[in-house]
Design a protein around this ligand. Structure first.
Ligand SMILES: Cc1ncc(COP(=O)(O)O)c(C=O)c1O
Length: 402
């Protein structure tokens, strides 16, 4: 193929099937360009994207400040290893720390699963002097696909066929504080959970749950570690979702949206916990590289300059209003779960045909946990786009209700 060759969707799909390992279920569409909440396929068809980048496109496709920052950085310094200091990584760590409000220090990597691996190591390093190594996680959680994060992911379907899993994990039913308390013994080092479960179906924590977990951690000298890979970076209307509740975690993990679509993961830990990651204990060659770091700084600047935390809340309210009206006429909708631009529609039926029908009408959405329509729209999505997409979803859901 020459540099200028343009393939049709059909060609791209045929060649992908031959050369790319088939571990993903893909829709028969090849996307070539994106701008804000729009994406285009190889034939020039335009789609409205309510799920940009699987949660990574928090300020839409190709956000201008991120594009400019990356273009400038790749022409200046692409990569140096972490044996050197760089300004972008330092400024990013400072910006994230300021936004935690509890003096967090960062370790950088490239993805959510890597961030959780680092958090798991941190929990073990922190617990080691007291003989603590066990970690409690919650049913229907999702923490990633590498072995530590996968073991933390308390869903048997993801473990099937690749056992044995990593030792030292115990699972509690999500939302059940007493069940967590019963699992704790003097070897328990940490509790790890998503403040709002994403892949598990946009499950909000019950009242008092996160506060109760914090108390348990204090009482038993354990770390409270929050996986904010999906909920963090302004998604829910606060920089980090835990800031909606009256708790301070010991560790949070980030990825997805943090660099506006460029790969970057982070662990942010309280300084006294972070101190356990001494030289030799952990590393990531590409972690916090200059390109990803400037992309993250540009993402943060976009939030600040365009008041996007507030906008995330408004986006959630607009979706909530549409779906509340729709629930009254659509018996398929059992429950609406919204926190800012993180939206779940609990259906009484399999959501996959809904996703496919929306795709045919030019709307990209997601279905998770079989029966939950999940939307992670860009926080700078226009009100008109929300209205237009919700109109499509309404038509599709009503058509499937009969
Ligand atoms: C809460 C949460 N943690 C971790 C991950 C894994 O992130 P990654 O795919 O970047 O490894 C995901 C991905 O969906 C996630 O939603």
């Amino acid at each position: 193929m020459s540099d200028t060759e343009t393939l049709s969707s059909q060609d791209i799909i045929a060649r992908a099937k031959q050369y790319v390992i088939g571990n993903y279920t893909r829709y028969p569409v090849a996307l070539v360009r994106g701008e804000g909440s729009w994406v285009w396929d190889a034939e020039g068809n335009r789609y409205l994207d309510f799920f940009p980048g699987w949660g990574c496109g928090i300020i839409g496709h190709c956000p201008p400040r991120v594009v400019a920052a990356v273009q400038d950085q790749v022409a200046t310094l692409i990569h140096v290893p972490n044996t050197w200091y760089t300004e972008p990584q330092t400024l990013l760590a400072e910006a994230l720390s300021e936004r935690t409000g509890w003096g967090g220090q960062s370790f950088f990597c490239n993805s959510g699963t890597e961030a959780n691996e680092a958090a798991i190591k941190l929990a073990r390093l922190n617990g080691k002097p007291k003989g603590k190594y066990k970690i409690v996680t919650m049913t229907n959680s999702f923490h990633g696909r590498t072995y530590g994060s996968l073991t933390a992911t308390a869903q048997p379907k993801y473990h099937a066929g690749v056992e044995p899993m990593l030792p030292g994990f115990v699972y509690a039913p999500h939302g059940d504080l007493d069940a967590v308390a019963k699992l704790i013994d003097n070897e328990t080092a940490a509790i790890l959970l998503e403040p709002i479960q994403g892949e598990g179906g946009v499950n909000l924590p019950p009242n008092g749950y996160l506060e109760g977990l914090r108390e348990l951690c204090d009482r038993h000298s354990m770390l409270l570690m929050l996986d904010e890979v999906q909920t963090g970076m302004g998604r829910t209307g606060k920089w980090f979702a835990h800031q909606h509740w009256n708790i301070v975690p010991d560790v949070i993990t980030l990825a997805k949206a943090v660099a506006g679509g460029i790969a970057l993961g982070a662990v942010i830990a309280k300084p006294e916990v972070a101190a356990k990651l001494v030289p030799g204990t952990h590393a990531a060659t590409f972690g916090g590289n200059p390109v990803a770091s400037v992309a993250a700084l540009a993402t943060i600047a976009t939030f600040d300059e365009e008041n996007l935390l507030e906008r995330a809340t408004q986006v959630g309210e607009r979706f909530q209003a549409h779906f509340t009206a729709l629930k009254a006429e659509c018996p398929l909708i059992q429950e609406i779960r919204v926190k800012g631009a993180m939206i779940g529609l609990q259906l009484s039926v399999d959501g996959s045909p809904i996703v496919e029908a929306c795709l045919k009408r030019g709307l990209l959405i997601n279905c998770t946990h079989k029966t939950v329509i999940r939307l992670l729209p860009a926080v700078n999505i226009e009100s008109q786009q929300i209205d237009d997409g919700c109109a499509i979803l309404r038509e599709v859901l009503l058509a499937h209700s009969v």
